[in-house]
Write a protein that binds this ligand. Structure first.
Ligand SMILES: NC(=O)c1ccc[n+]([C@@H]2O[C@H](COP(=O)([O-])OP(=O)(O)OC[C@H]3O[C@@H](n4cnc5c(N)ncnc54)[C@H](OP(=O)(O)O)[C@@H]3O)[C@@H](O)[C@H]2O)c1
Length: 272
């Protein structure tokens, strides 16, 4: 990425995190440009990251190797159609817009090489994970550029088929909210068991963090880690048995299927 020039269309939350991540990786401010309709947003991003910002999207993409589409999905069609005359065929387009398919983008932009990504909110803290899918027109060097871009805010994983992005959306895209829900429920249950709310919340949060750290750094999988902390006839076993008797795994599977289904449905609605 030492010489790659990157243009961001839309300089909102996700673009700003990516820009911050790239700057932290050593990219020079002169390698990054962005455009955004909001004068205040442009001033803010310029002050934070030192990059040049434009009101006109066409000005931002001039001379860029990679063009990152970081606007809301609802704005994608108009943004792509307006951008089409300004793009060169060799410019890689990276989209982070949820639910906009490569086919829709090719319809609106013409035959650009496209990498479609699904990042998640922890990217704002550079703790994200993204699924990436590249169209056949994307070169090996461009794949590397896209991977390095998304790696600036977390882990980047390649997918074999675009359809898998619906599953990525269901697992990691929407995933942070599932953990928040579990944190809410455990905090409420702790309070019901007699703890002050603040204590229950702190116990839950630190346990979530500690468990995630253990799982990430361990060389065995989550099932084995769970077995190791579940003594026969102990307290953990009592809780796990209760969860499973109420169909915990089936509940999770059903919820993720609902998310994946909704993702596919939204792609259809937004792609027209
Ligand atoms: N945030 C996440 O965790 C997350 C996760 C996965 C995927 N994504 C995807 O990332 C994309 C951006 O999300 P975000 O959270 O960063 O949204 P955001 O903060 O609203 O950023 C979008 C920016 O684009 C600007 N914009 C609107 N119309 C534009 C146009 N025609 N040309 C150029 N810029 C324009 C917006 O300006 P105004 O506010 O003035 O309209 C705003 O500053 C979305 O497509 C979303 O699906 C986000």
């Amino acid at each position: 990425m030492s010489k790659t020039r990157i243009a961001f269309i839309g300089a909102g939350n996700m673009a700003a995190s990516l820009i911050g991540g790239l700057r932290a990786q050593g990219l020079d401010a002169s390698q990054i440009r962005a455009s955004d309709p909001g004068a205040e947003q442009r001033a803010k991003v310029h002050a934070e990251h030192g990059i040049e910002l434009f009101a006109d999207n066409a000005d931002a993409v001039e001379g860029a190797d990679v063009v990152v589409l970081a606007v809301k999905p609802q704005a994608m069609k108009a943004v792509c159609q307006a951008l089409k005359p300004s793009l060169k065929p060799e410019q890689l387009v990276v989209s982070i817009a949820a639910g906009i398919t490569c086919a829709s983008m090719n319809n609106w932009l013409g035959a650009q090489p496209i990498v479609r990504c699904m990042p998640n909110t922890p990217a704002l803290l550079r703790q994200g994970v993204s699924g990436l899918y590249a169209t056949a027109e994307v070169s090996a060097a461009q794949r590397q550029q896209a991977e390095q871009l998304l790696s600036a805010v977390g882990i980047a994983l390649w997918l074999d088929s675009e359809q898998q992005l619906d599953a990525v959306t269901a697992v990691s895209g929407s995933g942070p909210a599932y953990f928040f829900l579990l944190i809410e429920a455990m905090t409420a249950a702790g309070e019901k068991l007699g703890l002050p709310r603040e204590t229950a919340a702190k116990l839950t949060l630190q346990t979530a963090l500690g468990a995630a750290h253990m799982a990430v750094s361990s060389d065995v999988d989550a099932a084995e880690l769970r077995r190791r902390v579940t003594s026969p006839a102990g307290t953990t076993e009592a809780a796990i048995k209760s969860f499973q008797a109420d169909g915990f795994e089936a509940l999770v599977e059903k919820a993720l299927s609902a998310a994946a289904h909704r993702s596919a449905e939204m792609a259809e609605q937004l792609g027209n």
